[in-house]
Design a binder for this molecule. Structure first.
Ligand SMILES: *Cc1c(COP(=O)(O)O)cnc(C)c1O
Length: 398
């Protein structure tokens, strides 16, 4: 059985070119970049090159705007905590209901334990942010507005430049969790209003355990970790040299493949989506079809359980996801689909297919061949399913 991996928003395969660039930094070039001998300086110059590669992907203008971290989660946490600590008197955060837990769980903790006021901007049924509500939530006490660039579950893209402008009208900082956007859509921070941006290596074919936080020149950063002078004192810890070097090569490859992502990957995704909707009734796409990542499709199959779908697909060698990996295991539908008010009967059966440049036409064919049978089997067992029943929700995309 040919494995089909369509869960690239959860994590990606490390590109073999990334692996081979990293390998010497585990063996011959194992030095500590801070050391005064040749072992260290060799690593130091490789790190410098890697930083340039990531800067090119992000289109940053100045040196020292990138702080390496251990993950996307760490970058998100650093951004929000720093904004509160560097701006005494500003004790409010504006975010959205559909953020990743790396933002939401921190905000809930800050509300409970630090008395921080958090406004969770709602979204509409397509997952689009309520810009009016966002605007009204901003005020003189807002320390930071943090809105993701693209949603990990539906792929919906948010108008981050406009949102950054609005935050600046109130003197607030603007951070974006761009973990799902980096490598999939063009980013040019030198022409941007964004103050801070989080990314994670393992979502763009680099390894797990390496992330970065972009901090625009002039924005103060309070470190999360104190210790050595690495990252100019902004993130103490001996540099993860293999990770940083891997992320550099991954960034270079992402730039090279950007066009492919926008065209070939998007057309694979579109063919799967259209094919599934043609073959299977009572199913609809969630998310904003007009402003969406090229690689993501979230389809709700009414009257069945996502977990059941995943299990049967897994038996056929197909890997995808229901809701976010972080919330699966609970029977509650994903917080993103609940925020979009997708009816429970549909949200429970929502499946996310997320592609990458590794995917092929054969992958799409395999899912199209298997999925109708899977849905039919589960519906035949479902007490909620009455054949021929009309969909209870207006499809957003057909
Ligand atoms: C995966 C993900 C994260 C977390 O990144 P890690 O490196 O796994 O900690 C944060 N935000 C979004 C949108 C993600 O998809």
């Amino acid at each position: 059985m040919r494995p089909v991996y369509l869960d690239n928003n959860a994590t990606t395969r490390v590109d073999p070119k990334v692996v081979s660039a990293m390998l010497p930094f585990f063996t011959e070039q194992f030095g500590n970049a801070s050391s005064m001998h040749a072992f260290g300086s060799e690593v130091g110059s490789a790190l410098k090159k890697a930083r340039g590669q990531l800067q090119a992907l992000l289109g940053t203008e100045f040196d020292h705007e990138i702080v390496y971290t251990g993950s996307g989660t760490e970058s998100d946490n650093t951004a929000l905590l720093s904004a509160l600590e560097t701006q005494p008197g500003r004790d409010e955060i504006v975010t959205s209901t559909v953020e990743h837990p790396a933002i939401l769980a921190l905000c809930q903790w800050l509300q409970k334990n630090r008395g921080i006021k958090v406004f969770y901007t709602p979204v509409d049924s397509r997952g689009r942010l309520d810009i009016d509500a966002y605007r009204k939530a901003l005020g003189p006490k807002t320390a930071i507005a943090s809105i993701m660039w693209a949603n990990n579950e539906t792929g919906t893209i948010f108008p981050v430049e406009q949102l950054a402008d609005l935050a600046h009208d109130h003197g607030a900082l603007f951070h974006t969790d761009a973990v799902q956007a980096v490598g999939k859509v063009p980013i040019d921070l030198k022409t941007s209003e964004i103050d801070m941006l989080s990314l994670s290596g393992h979502k763009l074919h680099a390894p797990k355990g390496i992330g970065a936080l972009y901090v625009r020149r002039g924005v103060r950063l309070r470190p999360l970790l104190r210790g050595g002078h690495q990252e100019r004192g902004r993130r103490a810890s001996t540099e993860n040299a293999p990770g940083i070097i891997g992320l550099g090569v991954a960034a270079e490859l992402a730039l090279e493949h950007m066009h492919d992502e926008q065209t070939r990957v998007a057309s694979l995704r579109d063919r799967l989506e259209k094919g599934l909707l043609q073959r299977i009734g009572n199913a609809f796409v969630t998310g904003d079809a007009e402003s969406r990542l090229p690689n993501t499709s979230n389809i709700a199959f009414e009257f069945i359980e996502g977990e059941g779908i995943l299990l049967l697909l897994n038996k056929e060698g197909i890997a995808c996801s229901s809701g976010s990996a972080c919330t699966s295991g609970s029977l509650e539908p994903s917080h993103v689909l609940r925020a979009m008010k997708v009816p429970y009967t549909a949200a429970h059966g929502a499946i996310r297919f997320s592609f990458s440049r590794d995917n092929t036409d054969e992958d799409v064919d395999q899912v199209l061949a298997v999925m109708p049978g899977v849905v039919e089997r589960l519906r035949s067992l479902s007490p909620f399913w009455k054949s021929g029943e009309k969909t209870s929700f207006e499809p957003t995309y057909a």
